[in-house]
Design a protein around this ligand. Structure first.
Ligand code: J2J
Length: 528
């Protein structure tokens, strides 16, 4: 068993097997069927199922030949390209454990992921979004002693070309289904993101049950506009759920209506996962584009709270089924059902996917609203190599403390009312406030910083940094370039800065972030 992984207690694992949640499926086995059909389309090319299967086998063999062994970790930072899918399948087949980073991550995040995971390889595109990832890889390699290989999609420079890796397929032992298949990134609340171990057993169930719930079948054409490495797009049911049953996956570089609507029409896309800001953009744009979107059957939306008027506007604009998804890379997924009454769909975030999901709402003040705790057949029992953090993130009986405040409707659906975790949810992107506070406090003229989320009509929340300064107050541009120079992902940069002379304090003398949030809330809302 992988060191640093917290398994389910034996009695739970036995029960999940006995009750059929964990039949012993592994993730690499998924697309071995359906051979002549188109499996995958990206901006540059397409793969049939047979081609995807063969490419995954060849790459799995090639990874082995490079000396990357079962159980080794590989940090994967690729954009929405077909090679991401091939690589993950190859890793699953070889028992190699991909660590799914986001394209926006930079030196600070990637070096940390390499160190924490002990990665032996790092996979990047040559350039993407105007950024040269080989420069990033040089910086990362310089501080990551365990890293032996950098594999590059495109022009490799001094590194190894990903295209040169595939080798003649060889028989390989099927990985243990109860072993770790991959490491996903958490939103993080206490600093840099934690790593979430997902086993073959648990994730295969996550994928299969989500696909069943969403009635995915071989006629499904699933469009990916969110980062494909995000749990929502990858496995809920996402790419893996669609490939499992012989549907088609279309990978798009971004979600802008001008680029994506014609693609929906051309490929006859039937299903897509969106975050609320994208759903709003799509709804607003719907009437401006004379494009045939009649193939759309299911719009999934999740990642941050969808406001009821926005849900109604989407129903008006598209006239297809809308589904709210309240999920987390840690595991638990809540979905509104395809046949739920419209009222539940527009006002709630759905209910747990599995009959084996155990949820508790810790209502301390009798208001009906409290922190959501959960455990189940696809919810982690501990973050990877995070013993201290695990003591606070889980109850002694193994429930994960989600940090989300929820209430239950009479119909049994959950409504997300807020959160207790010190995190900002910017357009579905999660950022730990303390992480940004740490960077800001290193800025020469900043003495102290407190970062809070401010309501934003477009993003849901934007990042507002309150600072106490010694000398001239930094501008937003200065802060952005400071963070860039520290190798921090651009999506973590504050959207606004507020200079204060003193802090509102709580009764125990800490900075009162609720009071700071109230200051922002009392102002007229920006429309972004
Ligand atoms: C309010 N808050 C939500 C929702 C997530 C599907 C969908 C989303 C994610 C995801 C995911 C929310 N309304 N509908 O992995 O498979 C907030 C909660 C939650 C956190 C998890 C999936 N949907 N959230 O967003 O790991 O605070 O996963 O705990 O990125 O996002 O974030 P993440």
């Amino acid at each position: 068993m992988m060191e640093g992984f917290v398994p389910w207690p034996a009695e739970f694992a036995e029960r999940y097997r006995r009750e059929g949640y964990w039949p012993g499926e592994t993730l690499g086995g998924l697309p071995r069927l359906h051979s002549g059909r188109t499996a995958l389309v990206d901006e540059h090319r397409s793969w049939t199922y047979a081609e995807l299967d063969r490419d995954a086998d060849r790459l799995a063999a090639g990874l082995r030949r490079l000396g990357i062994q079962a159980g080794d970790r590989v940090v994967v930072q690729l954009p929405n390209v077909g090679e991401f899918v091939v690589l993950c399948l190859a890793c699953y087949r070889a028992g190699v454990v991909p660590v799914l980073a986001l394209p926006g991550h930079r030196r600070t995040e990637i070096a940390y992921l390499c160190e924490l995971s002990g990665a032996v390889a790092y996979v990047i595109p040559d350039r993407h979004g105007g950024f040269d990832f080989r420069e990033l890889a040089r910086d990362v390699a310089a501080v990551s002693p365990a890293l032996q290989q950098v594999l590059v999609l495109g022009d490799p420079g001094e590194f190894t070309s990903l295209a040169s890796v595939p080798a003649e397929p060889e028989p390989m032992p099927v990985p243990d289904p109860s072993g770790v298949a991959m490491l996903l990134l958490s939103g993080g609340t206490t600093g840099l993101p934690k790593l979430i171990p997902r086993t073959h057993d648990d994730y295969a169930y996550n994928v299969r049950a989500s696909a069943d719930l969403c009635a995915v079948n071989e006629d499904t054409c699933y469009l990916v506009v969110l980062p494909v490495s995000h749990n929502f797009a990858w496995g809920c049911p996402g790419v893996l759920g669609v490939l499992r049953v012989g549907g088609k996956v279309v990978l798009a570089g971004n979600g802008s209506p001008a680029e994506v609507f014609p693609l929906v029409a051309r490929e006859r896309v039937s299903m897509v996962a969106l975050v609320p800001p994208l759903l709003v953009l799509w709804s607003d744009a719907r009437r401006r584009f004379d494009v045939d979107l009649s193939s759309l059957r299911l719009l999934q939306v999740g990642g941050s709270k969808l406001a009821e008027p926005q849900a109604r506007a989407a129903l008006d604009a598209f006239g297809c089924t809308l589904q709210q998804v309240f999920g987390m890379a840690e595991g638990l997924l809540n979905f509104t059902r395809l046949d739920d009454p419209e009222e539940e769909v527009v006002t709630t975030q759905g209910r747990p996917l599995s009959p084996a999901d155990e949820v508790r709402v810790v209502d301390q003040d009798g208001t009906g609203c409290g922190e959501l705790l959960t455990r189940g057949p696809y919810t982690l029992r501990g973050y990877y190599r995070a013993e201290d953090h695990n003591r606070v993130a889980f109850t002694p009986d193994g429930y994960y403390r989600t940090g989300d405040l929820v209430r239950l409707t009479p119909a049994g659906n959950l409504v997300v009312e807020g959160r207790v975790k010190d995190q900002i949810n910017r357009a579905g992107e999660k950022i730990a406030a303390v992480e940004i506070e740490g960077y800001l406090s290193e800025y020469p003229s900043i003495r102290e910083a407190a970062v809070v989320g401010a309501a934003d009509a477009r993003l849901g929340e934007r990042i507002c940094a309150f600072v106490r300064v010694d000398g001239p107050a930094p501008s937003l541009t200065e802060i952005r370039s400071f963070l860039r120079s520290r190798g921090v992902a651009a999506f973590k940069a504050p959207d606004s800065i507020e200079v204060v002379n003193s802090w509102p304090l709580t009764s125990v003398g800490k900075i009162d972030k609720k009071a700071l949030a109230r200051i922002l809330a009392e102002r007229p809302q920006s429309d972004g």
